[in-house]
Design a protein around this ligand. Structure first.
Ligand SMILES: [Zn+2]
Ligand SMILES: [Zn+2]
Length: 121
């Protein structure tokens, strides 16, 4: 199947059969897989039954994270490269998540952030 988020091809190797959940190899989005589709994919061979949990709680190993912030009447989505290993491998021209903001997000485990730490906001 094709990820509706980024258009990447999601194959059987990206599906966690036990959870009926697929992970897009392109953008990291989770995709719910129906019983019927799972059966079809299992018929082709290799649905994995176990997926290791993400090692980065900030970006869930996507290498980037999105922060939605409202400025006046408008909501903007800011994209940052994560501070983790995947983020360092990210080649796209996004700003690096400021270390202070990363620490803050990790500590608070919430979306409540200090806007002073968001570049350009
Ligand atoms: Zn995707
Ligand atoms: Zn990360």
């Amino acid at each position: 199947m094709v990820c509706r988020e980024c258009g990447a091809e999601v194959g059987p190797e990206h599906v966690d059969g036990a959870k009926r959940l697929a992970r897009c190899p392109g953008c990291g989005a989770f995709i719910r897989v129906s019983r019927e589709r799972l059966k079809l994919m299992e018929g082709t061979g290799g649905v994995v039954t176990r997926v290791t949990p993400p090692s980065c709680p900030l970006c869930e190993d996507r290498g980037f994270l999105l922060l939605e912030l409202q400025k006046d009447d408008h909501r903007y989505t800011y994209v940052f490269k994560c501070v983790c290993e995947r983020g360092r491998e990210e080649k796209r021209a996004w700003p690096q998540l400021p270390a202070r903001l990363a620490a803050h997000l990790l500590e608070k485990r919430s979306k409540e952030i200090d806007l002073g730490d968001v570049p350009g906001f």
